[in-house]
Design a binder for this molecule. Structure first.
Ligand SMILES: C[S@@+](CC[C@H](N)C(=O)[O-])C[C@H]1O[C@@H](n2cnc3c(N)ncnc32)[C@H](O)[C@@H]1O
Length: 273
């Protein structure tokens, strides 16, 4: 079977064309983004092992395994990150949080990423601002292994800490960023997310359990004038704004993601309290 016929077969089974191309490129050992290569080689034959591998990937994708777990890679804010079942697949929406932090941080800022997962936010910030001091926390030792491997491969210095939000963190930061779990336990959307770690997704009965904890703990670790920036669910902006106001933050405001949804909320710890 040649490459073109393999693609047709995957499409006939219901797979989207772009995803089929990505998986085929991965199965034959090419860069998964190099669609031009496929056009140039579409009459070449797959060997038996490549065909078996491709068809296995197609079946896994049809059973809703994230594409990034199948290829092992996800692009995020200009970085290529290695990902697997131990971490959430970084989403393009989270780039909004990175861009906001980049606008806020002063020269040589110290920044803390809470719930770093694959390291996406911390590594994107360190890549964009090499002079910033980055620390990152996760409660999952497995996730930290993935983040540390990404940091090492990309040559980006981030201090990783294993712990429960800010409980083991020392000192104060200019900016604290977090994309914490924010889905309610009974949310029907969870049915489509079973491949990713539930520790990365689920946050109590109303989805706000972890955001409440972070909003309560962050003030003790922000310099006066420092910012806390949080990603949250599509319908949580008002609730998160209220939590930040209640915790004593000023300048509380929300930002829209690429789809125009209020996806991040932040506030500034006042200079004088
Ligand atoms: C939604 S994922 C975000 C991952 C990554 N920051 C990103 O944006 O792709 C949330 C992360 O928070 C971590 N986490 C959950 N509960 C935690 C806790 N109590 N303390 C620290 N990290 C926690 C999870 O292990 C997971 O890696």
């Amino acid at each position: 079977m040649n490459l073109s016929q393999a693609l047709q077969q995957a499409k006939a089974q219901g797979l989207d064309q772009l995803e089929a191309q990505t998986l085929l490129l991965h199965a034959v050992g090419q860069d998964p983004h190099d669609r031009a290569w496929l056009l140039l080689h579409d009459t070449e034959s797959l060997d038996a092992e490549q065909l078996r591998h491709f068809m296995h990937l197609v079946q896994r994708r049809l059973q809703h395994e994230p594409l990034a777990y199948l290829t092992g890679w996800q692009d995020f804010h200009g970085l290529r990150l290695q990902v697997d079942e131990r971490v959430l697949v970084p989403r393009p929406d989270t780039e909004t949080l990175v861009d906001w932090a980049l606008e806020l941080g002063p020269l040589a800022a110290s920044v803390l990423d809470l719930g770093t997962g694959s390291g996406a936010i911390a590594l994107a910030l360190k890549h964009a601002r090499p002079d910033w001091l980055l620390s990152a926390v996760d409660a999952s030792a497995d996730a930290l292994q993935v983040a540390q491997a990404n940091a090492q491969r990309l040559g980006l210095a981030v201090k990783f800490l294993h712990g429960d939000w800010l409980s083991g963190v020392q000192g104060c930061f200019d900016v604290i960023v977090s994309n914490p779990p924010y889905i309610a336990e009974e949310d029907p959307h969870l049915a489509a997310l079973t491949a990713e770690p539930s520790q990365a997704l689920v946050s109590g009965a109303d989805g706000l359990h972890d955001i409440r904890a972070i909003a309560a703990q962050a003030p003790a670790h922000l310099v006066p004038g420092g910012w806390l920036l949080l990603e949250h669910g599509f319908d949580q902006a008002l609730a998160v704004q209220a939590l930040l106001v209640q915790a004593g933050f000023a300048q509380v405001q929300s930002r829209k993601d690429l789809a125009g949804i209020q996806r991040c909320t932040g506030g500034q710890w006042p200079e004088v309290k």
